[in-house]
Design a protein around this ligand. Structure first.
Ligand code: PLP
Length: 444
């Protein structure tokens, strides 16, 4: 058989020129390729798989729905699956963000959220509000708009002339503080800086702040200082700005709580989600709006927005079964407990000469590689150290999620470890053992 690589393959793969291995099947935290090689899925793909691979009950729920009615347009019909799902999800959502708009991915969810914020201000008689504040290190998606809302200079570079870069506040990332300060003497200056951005841009022009509760791939599982979310929320309240909580990576138990913002103890206005929402069984994104937003929009009558595949019944059926599994198997709590173990097992990795930090919350963890531990100086991005570790781990049977640019937006290497919540203790130890060996083999 021809190799799965350009030009022999007719698929336009993401890594051009690399020969791709073909997946055969998975079970729990394990995957097997077509040649029978076994892999530990140490990152649930792109921090997606939470309830585990090979869940026949999710496949059956999807098949049942597809057999009854696979597709209807969201303006023509609703479905039992989405109605039941949204009502059940509302028992877990932060604050009163109870009203679900279901889409097909995290980027779509964030685009929807910023349009929703704008629609809310319009309905409220504040048409000047249209700008969204982003943070200097962040990720909110790969469409042109959501890329412009992100703090990812490496990903933005090729498309810069096409992007609208949103006003930027410093990221709450203490290991490489963008303000050069240290916690707690900094008094969480990164949160205070949001006020300065608002003053600079004109407070009546700002629609929303978009923030991940725990920084995802852009920084590698970095938690902000405890006070950050509360301070940011208060600033938003002072100026009538909406707080969009991007839970695409952190939601559905990944950080050991249903939603990552629960660690910060604040109520957002809009929550976005994706990834673990369907356990990886369907492409999905969700926007959860607060009662205040829905009540205001309802007065104006409509939300001018929509996608062909929004509110899809099969997606809803997959999400509903995933939610049932998270609840019945107590997997959010398991993510917290197994995450504590994982972080503990990872601590000895700090003995490697270039492992500068080991961090995370729940089963969302990472190591950061630095050229110099004392100064936290990153390797130059061109060295692609994170990718080298990712590739070495892959060959050694561990799937991880490498990311670049965490130190200053351009340089910096982190490797995320975020397995499915059903991972066993023995598998956690094996993940760390392979990571340890791979670091050693590369002299890192
Ligand atoms: N927001 C966050 C925090 C993410 O981590 C991601 C994806 O990694 C996205 C948004 C974009 O989601 P998607 O890739 O499903 O469009």
């Amino acid at each position: 058989m021809a190799p799965f690589r350009y030009p022999e393959s007719f698929v336009f793969h993401r890594p051009l020129g690399r020969e791709m291995r073909a997946i055969d099947h998975g079970a729990g935290a394990l995957l097997w390729d077509r040649e029978g090689r076994r892999y530990l899925d140490g990152s649930g793909g792109a921090i997606v798989v939470n309830v585990g691979h090979g869940r026949g009950e999710i496949a059956s729920a999807m098949a049942l729905q597809a057999g009854r009615a696979a597709y209807v347009h969201g303006t023509h019909f609703t479905s039992d699956a989405i109605e039941e799902y949204a009502a059940r999800l509302a028992t877990h959502t932060p604050g009163d963000c109870n009203r679900l708009y279901l889409v097909s991915g995290g980027s779509e969810a964030n685009e929807t959220a910023i349009k929703l914020a704008r629609a809310y201000h319009l309905a409220n008689g504040q048409p000047s509000r249209h700008k969204v504040i982003r943070r200097s290190i962040s990720y909110h998606g790969n469409t042109l708009t959501t890329l412009g809302l992100s703090g990812r200079p490496n990903l933005q570079a090729p498309y810069k002339p096409m992007l609208h870069l949103a006003p930027e506040a410093p990221a709450p990332f203490c290991y490489h503080c963008p303000l050069g300060k240290s916690y707690p003497s900094c008094e969480v200056a990164c949160a205070s800086e949001i006020e300065a951005v608002i003053a600079r841009e004109g407070k009546d022009s700002i629609s929303a702040l978009i923030a991940e509760p725990v920084l995802g791939a852009s920084a590698g599982a970095a938690s902000p200082p405890d006070e950050y979310a509360r301070m940011a929320r208060e600033t938003c309240d002072r100026h009538g700005i909406l707080y969009i909580d991007d839970e695409v990576m952190t939601g559905f138990g990944r950080t050991g709580k249903w939603f990552g913002i629960e660690w910060g103890g604040v109520r957002p206005d809009i929550v976005t989600s994706g990834k673990g929402m369907s356990g990886g069984y369907m492409p999905v994104g969700g926007v959860l709006a607060s009662e205040r937003i829905l009540a205001t929009l309802a007065r104006s009558g409509s939300f001018v927005h929509g996608f062909t595949f929004s509110h899809n019944p099969v997606t809803a059926a997959a999400c509903l079964k995933t939610l049932e599994i998270l609840e019945s198997e107590n997997l959010v709590e398991r993510s917290r407990l197994m995450g504590e173990k994982l972080l503990q097992y990872m601590q000895p990795l700090r003995d490697h000469p270039h492992v500068g930090d080991v961090r995370g919350r729940g089963l969302m963890t990472a190591i950061e590689l630095v050229a110099d531990k004392a100064t936290r100086r990153p390797f130059p991005r061109s060295d692609r150290k994170a990718e080298a570790i990712g590739a070495k781990c892959f060959v050694n049977g561990l799937i991880s999620y490498p990311g670049g640019g965490c130190a200053d937006g351009v340089n910096g290497d982190n490797v995320m470890i975020a397995p499915p919540f059903v991972v066993t203790d023995a598998e956690l130890r094996e993940i760390v053992e392979i990571l340890d060996r791979s670091l050693g083999e590369l002299g890192l």
